[in-house]
Design a protein around this ligand. Sequence first.
Ligand code: SAM
Ligand code: SF4
Length: 324
Amino acid sequence: MIARMESQTISPALLDNHSRVMRKLRVSLTDACNYRCFYCMEENPVFTAPSNLLTPEEIETICRQLVGMGLEEIRITGGEPTLRPEFPEIIERLSTLPIKTLALTSNGHHLEKKLAHLRTTKLSKINISADSLDEGRFHSITRGGDLPRVLKALFQARDMGFEVKLNAIIFRGINDEEVVDFARFSGREGIEVRFLEYMKIGPGINDFDTRFVPAREMRARLRDALGELTPVSMPRDSTAKVYTTAEGGRIGIIGSESEPFCGDCSRLRLSATGTLRPCLMMNIGVSLRGMATENYPDVVSKVVSWKPNGRLPEIAQGMYQIGG
Ligand code: SAM
Ligand code: SF4
């Protein structure tokens, strides 16, 4: 085992050939979603049959093995994770693991009623995706989404003491004029806003050239309107460059395409059907379903060794299929 900080140890299987140590696991609960964001999925996607998804018990078993090897942060995602009827049970099970952080990424639509229960679990961080603060535009980007409902869940989660963030992809000609509005919203509401660069993933491959807005342009727009951005120091494996604004906003910019962070990546992904993947951009992995404990070190080591050192160009699978 390798020493990590004070008393923690990690399995050598989590160390790759480029001195990266895996620390984080993204767990997809389902590829299904109640929204149809134009950049994520087609209008009539075919989702995995519920009977093929990992059961709550399987999710707990696999995550317990990986946490036992040294992973210390789990983020639940999808598709839309709150659609799983067993969502509360899954969060409860994962709360029994010795992890530092249990986090959730959600579209927020079905979240408000679940928050009181979530507050009794280990889940402490919630990212909610909302690519526009304009109700009509949000409705059209998501093909039917309900912005007031999503914002209600966001504010409720903040008021209940969760650490919340709002995720927004910035698209040229769609919502790029809203960058400053989002930053003002952050200052007003005390909620960090994370701007994501559009990625060449799934439908993003088709209109990337016309819609992509680079991180440097987002920063320039913010500086022009709001003055200097003050950088905030972040852990090395953070995906975001974070800044505060003079108006009290806190902005994270995730430049996956123009400022990739692959050299410091510490993430593995578990698909909704149990495949451990090395990288968001690689459609390969190994199924951990039903795997014996003694095989974990070899299999995890193999998957970790497949992690690319640099950014791969694109992937045809949609983010909902990978687990974003
Ligand atoms: N349904 C949940 C949600 O929307 O937050 C969780 C899953 S969603 C796939 C996770 C994140 O992936 C969202 O913030 C979404 O905006 C982002 N995403 C999807 N497709 C993307 C793309 N082509 N480029 C960048 N981000 C993308
Ligand atoms: Fe659903 Fe999230 Fe994809 Fe939108 S980004 S379609 S909410 S999975």
